[in-house]
Write a protein that binds this ligand. Sequence first.
Ligand code: FES
Length: 138
Amino acid sequence: MNKPNQQLPQMRVPTPIPDMGTGPIPVEPYISEEFFEKEREKIFKRAWLEVLRVEEIPQVGDYLLIELPILNTTVIVVRGKDDQVRAFHNICTHRGNTVALESGNTRNFVCSYHGWVYGLDGELLDRPGEAYFEHSQK
Ligand code: FES
C-alpha cells in the first residue's frame, strides 16, 4: 500500500488516447436493425465464438446441437474417433435437410430425409439409393 505523499510510478500510455468528447452517445447503433446486420456480417461471422466447454462432450461420439441465433444457424459440435472436437453446420449436403434433431451420442449422423450417412469427422460415408438418384436425374 502506498504511503501518503509517496510518488506513484508514471503510467506508460503507448499511444495517445483519442479525444472521445463529452457529448451524448448516438443511440442508433443500439436500436438499428441495419447496424445489427452489419455487426452480424463484419464481427460475429468473422470471430471465434465460444459455444461449449470440451468437458461437455467427454466421450467419442458425444455431440451437442448449439443454436447460434446471432448467425441464424445451428451447429453440431462432436467429439470424433480421433478425440478431436469439431463443429459442423447441421445441414445435409444433399438437399439441405437438418441432420441431427437433438444432442446425444452416436457412431454416425444419418440424415432422416434420404439416409445419407456422415462420419464424426463430417465425411460423407454412404449415400443409400445412389443409383436411384443418378437414374432419376437422367
Ligand atoms: S437431404 Fe439429406 S439425404 Fe437427402
